[in-house]
Design a protein around this ligand. Structure first.
Ligand code: DQA
Length: 144
């Protein structure tokens, strides 16, 4: 049976390409998703992608992953990384292993970005590698 991976993008990531390109680069979310989908095809895996600007919708999608055979989650929760106990709790509730990804190196930025509600529960954390970080996370998920 093909592996099933869920990629979650949080708030404002739909603005990639336009949003602070000096920090987040010029690729759009569609560019990133297209590359991830290509990689999934290479591995003959099933990948779902979901973006939302709303915390509750992200919680709902994580809960739904219990019933759609998701084996691994890759999540860039955006600003909710630093604020959301609800997203942390949802990930813990479903018990699906996940990797936390950030395009920027959050540790080089404002102190409020240095704390994550997700990191201590994650299999791993990738920050600062831009879109290549998603790709590395996806390769890991597909290989393990
Ligand atoms: C981000 C970093 C967060 O601090 C920020 O709120 C984002 C994007 C990143 O990918 O670098 O929205 O998660």
């Amino acid at each position: 049976m093909a592996k099933h991976i869920l990629v979650l993008h949080g708030p404002n990531l739909n603005m990639l390409g336009v949003r602070e390109p000096g920090i987040y680069g010029h690729q759009t979310l569609a560019d990133i998703d297209a590359r991830l989908s290509q990689l999934c095809d290479e591995y003959d895996a099933g990948c779902s992608v979901f973006q939302s600007n709303h915390e509750g919708e992200l919680v709902d999608r994580i809960q739904a992953a219990r019933h759609d055979e998701t084996e691994f989650i890759i999540i860039n929760a955006g600003a909710y990384t630093h604020t959301s106990i609800a997203i942390r709790d949802a990930l813990a509730a479903v018990g699906i292993p996940f990797i936390e990804v950030h395009l920027s190196n959050v540790y080089k930025r404002e102190p409020f970005r240095h704390h994550s509600y997700l990191s201590d529960q994650a299999v791993g954390v990738i920050a600062g590698l831009g879109p290549a970080g998603y790709e590395a996370a996806l390769r890991y998920a597909l290989d393990h």
